[in-house]
Design a binder for this molecule. Structure first.
Ligand SMILES: Nc1nc2c(ncn2[C@@H]2O[C@H](COP(=O)(O)OP(=O)(O)OP(=O)(O)O)[C@@H](O)[C@H]2O)c(=O)[nH]1
Ligand SMILES: [Mg+2]
Ligand SMILES: [Zn+2]
Length: 218
């Protein structure tokens, strides 16, 4: 399968997140910025959510990776429009790249674009890419102290998804501690416990996202 690969603009650029947001607002497309560590389950969760949401919304995906197109191939295999963004070493996605990629999608036909950010719990949170909302994934094997240690990723998000909950019996991971830490820094944010593997908790998350998407489309 032929995947379109674009490269991130590396020189410093002005913040174009407002332009991206304006374009998406005119076209009524909801951009969801999915962030989390390498291997937290970003692609797995996006894939699972596509299955639950595709009957209701027209979906596209931008896959951010330093190099390669493994994740975009997984999305394209579901017959979902996918563009691979290679940052060539940069550890986050910038709005400039999103602005460059948007013309590759038929925006008039799309309702949602998931952006899988670079696997990184730090600087993706510092960059507004013009998203409608942010989703942060923390997976059980990463440990339950991450909200305290990487605060920005949890304060500057709209929704925290605890993934790999099927692994809870095998790790010392205190979900109540994570919930309390998260509530302390982000009282308004959504919180969902899921397993992208077993499907546990995904219906509730899909329902929540569906409501958020519908609000953008209205
Ligand atoms: N047990 C379990 N494994 C999971 C779950 N979600 C994802 N995985 C596994 O975790 C590994 C990483 O998942 P990915 O979806 O590739 O993670 P990612 O965040 O997209 O990784 P990068 O794109 O490399 O940053 C894979 O082996 C998945 O099968 C889950 O809910 N439970
Ligand atoms: Mg991935
Ligand atoms: Zn970075």
């Amino acid at each position: 399968m032929e995947i379109q690969v674009l490269h991130q603009v590396m020189e410093w650029n002005e913040d174009v997140s407002a332009d991206v947001r304006k374009t998406l607002s005119e076209k009524k497309v909801c951009l969801i910025n999915v962030m989390g560590s390498p291997g937290a389950g970003k692609t797995s969760l996006i894939t699972a959510l596509i299955r639950l949401l595709r009957d209701h919304f027209s979906i596209g995906v931008i896959e951010g990776d330093i190099t390669g197109q493994i994740d975009a191939e997984k999305i394209a295999a579901l017959h979902i429009p996918a563009v691979q963004l290679n940052t060539d070493g940069a550890c986050h996605i910038e709005a400039m790249s999103i602005q460059k990629i948007l013309p590759d999608f038929e925006l008039d036909k799309l309702d949602v674009i998931f952006v899988e950010n670079i696997g990184n719990l730090v600087c993706p949170a510092e960059f507004d890419i013009g998203e409608s909302f942010r989703l942060t994934i923390l997976s059980v094997p990463e440990g339950d102290d991450k909200v305290v240690k990487y605060p920005l990723m949890f304060t500057d998000t709209d929704c925290l998804v605890l993934n790999k909950c099927d692994m809870l019996p095998y790790f010392d991971f205190d979900t109540q501690r994570v919930a309390a830490d998260y509530r302390g820094v982000n009282p308004e944010g959504g919180l969902f416990q899921v397993s992208s593997r077993t499907g546990e908790g995904l219906e509730a998350l899909a329902q929540h996202l569906g409501e958020r998407i519908s609000a953008v489309l209205a």
